[in-house]
Design a binder for this molecule. Sequence first.
Ligand code: 26V
Length: 814
Amino acid sequence: MNTSTAALTAPDRFEAQVDRHLLSTVGVAPADASQSDIMHAVAQVAREALSRRWVASDATDRKARARRVCYLSMEFLIGRTLGNALAALDMQGDAAAAARQHAASFEDVASTELDAALGNGGLGRLAACFLDSMATLGLPSFGYGIRYEYGMFAQAIAGGRQVEHPDPWVEDGTPWEFPRQAVAYPVRFGGWVEHPESPAAAPVWRHAGQVSAKAYDMVIPGHGTQRVSTLRLWKAVAPAQIDLHAFNSGDYQRAAEYKNQFENISWVLYPNDSTPAGRELRLRQEYFFTSASIQDIVARHLAEHGRLDNLAEQVAIHLNDTHPAIGVAELMRLLVDEQRLPWAEAWAITQQVFSYTNHTLMPEALETWPVSLIQHVLPRHLEIIFRINHEFLVMAAKARPGDDAFLRRLSLIDESGERRVRMAHLAVVGSHKINGVSALHSKLLVETIFADFAALWPERFINITNGVTPRRWLAQANPGLAGLLDRTIGSDWRLHLEQLSRLAPHAEDAAFRQEFLAVKRANKVRLADHIRTATRIVVDPDSLFDVQVKRIHEYKRQLLNVLQIVARYQAMLADPEADWVPRTAIFAGKAASSYAMAKNIIRLINDVGAVVNHDPRLGGRLKVVFVPNYGVSVAEVIMPGADVSEQISTAGTEASGTGNMKLAMNGALTVGTDDGANIEIRENVGDDNVFIFGLKTPEVEATRAAGYQPLRIYESNTKLKAVLDAIAGGSFSPDEPARYRGLVDSLLWGGDHYLLLADFDAYCEAQAKVDALYRDRDAWARKAIANVAGMGTFSSDRTIAEYAREVWKLPTDR
Ligand code: 26V
């Protein structure tokens, strides 16, 4: 044996590190390692490298006493971590080689990782894209959330229906978390408040129960930088002394119950999207993670600065929707009751610290809590909310003397029925900046739910349009297109997505168009493979892949898409010899478990597919598939394989949408309404490169105001009537002909609140234009390329740079 440098460095080589972890961490002989074993070992190698970056980032920020942003969110829809971590560490090549050494492909190895699905939909995925961008821009930043033991339920389809399965994603551990033994805070609930005689003494909250919030950290690597960010998730643990007491008295059952009553707080993610979940446990979850996060922020600040008067200079706390809005009252409690700051001083700090993003106008998703419930769960916070409200209304009354209706609308308390706390009002009053997530949404916010607040404080309301991270949604999800971009415009687009505009001239290059279409074709083959594995349905990669993927909700109008598909089916049957453009309609998305109508829509999609897919008269020219278990990893396969992106919400209802961005960035053409970020996508990619149809927001309002009568449309539109009659009459449910009677009745007799019938003709016309264009492969390719080229502004790096500049006042070099 010689001692050459090669021999000395050998143990540090990537493959050697993987083998070392196979032995020491996973506990398996390298020769016997399964794909999952290899995934775990590679993850350990990445973990070590990330940990080094973490320690360095942390030391730099502490030394610089850097101002930080803390992003409070109930949801972080992370997905898988390995591929992203390796890309950030520039270890992809090494990892692929290590996988090959064990006779595996890296893709197969990576696919054994479970998704971290700690979120429902758009709001949670946005938070995950934001973490990626905050780290990449090098912002000193923390994400704060809940370490749910069970994430978003897994969706299976059985007999055409959604079946929910639990998602115990951490049951067997995850390589990505770092439990912080030393970081824990008590979070209290219930009881009552005592007010001492002396006004100088602080009120005392005699709580009824207490739980410990324990920190579990995840590293969020930045790309093109050594900087990382931290995601700190809280787990609820019953305090040790509570267990002991009951255990010592021998009452194990009671001890276990008591323990569960508190530990259940971080058990499961609420699987609702925009539906009221007036459940006490949800409120406890919100307070639990918000209180722990703010205690952590205050404790760290005190440790670094030893005083609180400069808190607002050092930290920005962002509220991702109203779920953490109770934090406004919690910070006041900590500053006034525990740190003994005067109320006015504490309030000035609080208002400077907080900012708030609204993510929906849907009235049913605007959180309010009964005053009686807050009294029961958080009695001291209720007092604080009342005082905030009192001082706020005194101020507002000076602005509009005598206008009681104005004050009633502004109040933090809705007194119209059972008294309720309006969490959005608490968030607005406690924040110095409030934003919507697209230009239209932000405009509607100040015209509707926040109109009165905007009259008082116009300067607080701004727009920051959403974005998505190009690392996951282009580089990782679409290596084919990423490679083509690298060869054509260089590789800077990963960090500077505006660079995509340099693609535009290449739309004129026939050879480039061919390459572009070849990439799309390969992605469609990959998607078709996934569809076959997941549904056993065979689809043709040369057919037009028409994709609608998102949570199932009436306002998103998956049902309008189904109506259009049935109309197409009927037209094909009427003229089977015509030259129809072959189409594959691809749906995916979860329905809230309690949302009967949404579940019925899933069943209808599957029922329509069961008939259409097997009708020999169509010769395979129309297929309808429902891809089960939509989530981050399924989306990574679907987005690159789409030709058409369906963004067809009733105008004025979709706050932004982010799937629309992922699809367009991957070269899909949008068929969409004038809603959310669709409008800005059109402005950026060009009117000629999207298919915008249907009523616009003011027309939606006018249609409803004029007394919308869906029956009239039904009776006068023979094509639409035939569609609805077929669905209602059981053409797609022959075993139970009345199955969809109720669904159709909700349109005809239930008011058709989302105006499907009103938009039906315009939608079909837009789809006819799509068919015509698809026949001309060259013209299609030009428009698809124009879409990619125009999407530079929709990077979450741009979004985060705007937050940093306009809201958080953090320096960036962008
Ligand atoms: C509300 C609730 C209510 C109770 C139970 C659980 C739960 C979970 C989430 C929500 C609100 C969801 C709001 C949301 O996801 N909005 C979406 O946010 C995206 C990012 O800004 C945006 O692109 C979508 O248009 C918007 O629908």
